[in-house]
Design a protein around this ligand. Structure first.
Ligand SMILES: C[S@@+](CC[C@H](N)C(=O)[O-])C[C@H]1O[C@@H](n2cnc3c(N)ncnc32)[C@H](O)[C@@H]1O
Length: 313
């Protein structure tokens, strides 16, 4: 469905969830233990040498307008996200690991940890929000006093579980995903956490489901918080719909808005074709938000880039 104000970007050639067939998992995720490298970066030093944060462009100083680099063969460059990369924009693995071990893992809810470890076993586990972003999401929901929330892009339900744990007992998260199969992997953990009654899962493409919500006038401005973490081509469309569903003063949060830093790379920098397309979508979306006077906005270089919008009119 085409939406007024939707981001214009190249049509997707393949699923944005494409993952290298040979992707290796290196994330561990156990609690910190003396003498052991733990968490998402746990691995042998030899393996660590093969890990490249944000794939193709680590070490490239992004500069829009700089001389274009040679376009590489698509097979020669790594995908921005895979199970072998860490989802952080921090330039130091040691610093990220320090942060995870010091502040994140010790504070991670037991059920969230359980779901994270299950999700990491999935061939597309990299799609899940990293645990530092999960903590941030939890904090934002509580600061916003969120009760009714919407989530676009559920996967195995890590961010849904964060949300369901953060909102009050009579709160609700309308959780939308094209795949029920992914959600079913996480549902037993959400039930074990005792918060499944707050989760209203809707299976299908989000644009029509959000339109369906909008068809009920009672839903206008009913929601306090929305978290968008799905197909980047439709972020602009989701924004238009969510601005009507989320109340004035409510928060709209968009994940992956820096796409591994690729949004700042010069044209022709070596990127997978799919990453190039997503990056273009996100640049258009970022420009749209920057110019949008209906929201107050801030972009955080946390995880893969999180944009927060507070509806002001
Ligand atoms: C990055 S994952 C979501 C991760 C999740 N928020 C988390 O933190 O664990 C993106 C999800 O969006 C879903 N998705 C992709 N396109 C969609 C669409 N048009 N409508 C609804 N869901 C979509 C995919 O099935 C996938 O599960």
């Amino acid at each position: 469905m085409s939406m007024a104000g939707a981001t214009t970007c190249p049509a997707p050639a393949v699923s944005w969830m494409r993952v290298r067939a040979d992707a290796r998992r290196v994330r561990g995720g156990g609690p910190p233990a003396a003498g052991a490298r733990r968490g998402w970066l746990a691995e042998s030093p030899a393996a660590r040498g093969r890990v490249r944060l944000h794939g193709a462009h680590k070490g490239v100083t992004p500069a829009r307008g700089a001389a274009p680099a040679m376009a590489a063969n698509d097979d020669e460059v790594k995908s921005i996200h895979s199970n072998e990369s860490s989802k952080t924009l921090l330039k130091s693995e040691a610093l990220y690991e320090y942060m995870l071990n010091t502040m994140v893992y010790p504070r991670e809810h037991e059920r969230l940890r359980e779901l994270r470890l299950i999700t990491e076993q999935h061939s597309r586990g990299f799609m899940s929000s990293p645990p530092d972003a999960a903590l941030l999401l939890s904090m934002l929901l509580k600061l916003a006093g969120a009760r009714n929330t919407i989530e676009v892009g559920v996967f195995t339900g890590c961010s849904v579980l964060v949300t369901a744990l953060a909102i009050p007992d009579d709160g609700r998260v309308v959780a939308i995903d094209v795949s029920r199969e992914y959600f079913d992997l996480g549902l037993p953990i959400i039930e074990k956490a005792g918060v499944a009654h707050k989760v209203d899962f809707r299976e299908g493409p989000a644009l029509p489901i959000l339109d369906w919500l909008l068809s009920d006038e009672g839903n206008a401005g009913k929601f306090d918080f929305a978290f968008v973490d799905a197909d980047k081509e439709n972020y602009g469309g989701y924004h238009e719909q969510l601005l009507r569903l989320v109340r004035v003063g409510g928060v709209l949060a968009y994940d992956n808005t820096l796409w591994g830093g690729s949004v700042a790379l010069p044209d022709g920098a070596p990127l997978k074709e799919r990453d190039r397309e997503i990056s273009a979508c996100l640049r258009a979306f970022n420009a749209k938000i920057a110019a949008d006077q209906r929201v107050e906005a801030v972009q955080l270089p946390v995880a893969d880039g999180i944009t927060l919008c507070r509806r002001v009119v």
